[in-house]
Design a protein around this ligand. Structure first.
Ligand code: ATP
Length: 202
């Protein structure tokens, strides 16, 4: 299996931007935990079937897709239900990510896990790459992108792991405080480094 580089960072730190650059410039395969998390509850999936069986058909929208608001409501005030849901979905997500990583054809893969620190998932990767940015910039970018006010943006940030907690698990760090043009040189350098590690491990 290819070398797995875990990619993480806080909200609006630039994970998607960074992953896209690795893909566009160096044809590196990406496995994204958020994408996989949506796939395991898509119409026709085992995940969605189990949710509808437990909470009823009100979990489904007219087009057969998951009614996320209804599910949030069902688990919001009951930690037991949140645990039930996590126990259902987390193994499915893990298994599907591993299956996708098996299919990788690039020398190394990027495994994007936004909540890597919060869910203690760093063991899924052989190295951890953190996209690091000052909290004030995260707040600015979250407000601009998601159309939320400063208070909401600060609340989201404080519910996540801190910058320091993320940096504590990093093997490599990309700084994304500056403009997007500053990213590609950092990514190019890391790409060379990861290829070197792949060669050493052959
Ligand atoms: P999330 O996990 O919250 O979805 P993310 O970490 O994947 O976010 P992106 O979606 O890549 O982050 O970037 C967040 C926002 O910040 C986007 O609107 C993006 O265009 C912008 N952005 C990213 N990097 C920079 C940069 N260097 N300069 C200016 N804007 C940036």
């Amino acid at each position: 299996m290819a070398l797995i580089v875990g990619l993480t960072g806080g909200i609006a730190s630039g994970k998607t931007t960074v992953a896209n650059l690795f893909q566009q410039h160096f044809a590196i395969d990406i496995v994204d935990a958020d994408v996989v998390a949506r796939e395991v509850v898509e119409p026709g999936s085992e995940g969605l079937k189990a949710i509808a069986e437990r909470y009823g058909e009100s979990m489904l929208q007219a087009d057969g897709s998951l009614n996320r608001a209804a599910l949030r409501e069902a688990i919001f005030s009951d930690p037991k239900e949140k645990t039930w849901l996590d126990n259902l979905l987390h193994p499915m997500i893990r298994q599907k990510m591993l299956a996708e990583l098996e299919q990788v054809t690039s020398p190394y893969a990027l495994l994007v896990i936004p909540l890597m620190v919060e869910n203690n998932l760093q063991a899924l990767a052989q190295r951890v790459l953190v996209v690091d940015v000052a909290p004030e910039i995260q707040i600015e970018r979250t407000m601009a992108r998601d159309n939320v006010d400063e208070k909401q943006a600060r609340a989201i940030l404080s519910a996540q792991a801190s910058r320091e907690e993320r940096l504590a698990i990093a093997d490599d760090v990309i700084k994304n405080d500056a403009t997007n043009e500053k990213l590609l040189p950092q990514i190019t350098e890391l790409h060379q480094k990861f290829l070197e590690i792949c060669r050493e491990n052959l």
